[in-house]
Design a binder for this molecule. Structure first.
Ligand code: SF4
Length: 307
């Protein structure tokens, strides 16, 4: 009896430290809700009567997305439905019981779709070649058919702010495009609206939330596929920049919401051929001989992202 008492006392967190942890967690929860709520409003992601298929991979991001979406659902002035869906691709060692148990406890409607895409990919891709493109194509097709069957009109994906920035730089460095990851867009088959309710949320906040909520994370390396090296490199670059120049991530993210087509070079977005003197002063016009100044951005988006 006394041994138990001694152990508990030794492990006890001091009251002031505990209070600080609780305050921080409360602030984190408020921030996650505020940022998701803001993204939903800014991009009109969810509307009355929507039936949203929440795509669950078993990673921290999809758990966090579902968790906060459920809170939103309770508070929202509109009615919408959530259906959590996981595709069990039959990867060796996939712990198939974890997600159904968790989702059942959460009280959310859910569906586990089991389809052995792993064997198809293994059969069709030579050893040593990357499997991801066939794997994700198969997954997309299956998830569309599940959404159709479950009568969902929207698909929610768990990409966050840092994923979006990474994609932007990947497209620029390796794809020769200024193109990020959309917060909301029609699916490529034209049938559904794809939304990313975590668009304003920082990955580090999702990491902290996952620890706080003790999500039963399923490791993402089960298929044994190589990590996307380019994405890893860009992720490291962004983290390094943020370390050296704190705040740079927010500034870059704000830039995605603050595009000036007249100051880029895409003639499909701006009619350069038709430019002629207007006779009217315009702050956004070319300052010709002035050196450029770079003031910090002052968009609502920045306040949204910054804690
Ligand atoms: S990492 Fe694995 S599960 Fe993910 S797309 Fe690639 S092959 Fe498929």
């Amino acid at each position: 009896m006394s041994a138990v008492w001694v152990d508990e006392a030794a492990n006890a967190v001091p009251a002031d430290k505990q209070a600080k942890i609780e305050r921080e967690t409360h602030k984190l929860e408020k921030r996650l809700c505020r940022q998701m709520g803001q993204a939903i409003v800014d991009f009109n992601m969810i509307e009355e009567g929507d039936r949203v298929m929440v795509c669950m991979s078993g990673g921290k991001d999809s758990y966090g997305m579902l968790d906060i979406l459920q809170k939103m659902q309770q508070r929202a002035p509109i009615r919408f439905e959530l259906v959590a869906v996981n595709l069990d691709q039959r990867q060796p060692g996939f712990p198939a019981h974890i997600l159904p148990e968790y989702l059942k406890n959460q009280g959310v409607e859910y569906h586990i779709e089991t389809q052995d895409t792993y064997s198809i990919v293994k059969r069709n891709i030579p050893e040593g070649k990357t499997m991801c493109s066939l794997c994700s194509r198969l997954r997309r097709g299956i998830l569309y058919s599940v959404a159709r069957r479950l009568k969902c009109n929207k698909l929610a994906l768990g990409h966050h702010r840092d994923d979006m920035l990474q994609t932007f730089f990947l497209n620029m460095f390796f794809g020769g495009k200024l193109k990020g990851m959309p917060p909301k867009l029609c699916s490529d088959n034209g049938e559904f609206v794809v939304i990313r309710p975590l668009a304003y949320v920082a990955e580090k906040d999702l990491q902290r939330w996952a620890v706080h909520r003790a999500f039963p994370i399923i490791p993402c390396s089960l298929c044994g596929s190589q990590e996307n090296l380019q994405r890893v490199q860009v992720g490291n670059m962004l983290r390094e920049w943020e370390k050296q120049y704190p705040g740079r991530t927010e500034t870059m993210f704000t830039a995605l919401q603050n595009v000036a087509p007249s100051h880029l070079m895409d003639s499909r977005l701006f009619d350069f051929k038709g430019v002629a003197p207007t006779g009217v002063e315009d702050e956004a016009g070319d300052k010709a001989f002035d050196a450029e100044t770079f003031a910090p951005p002052s968009l609502p988006g920045l306040q949204t992202v910054v804690a």
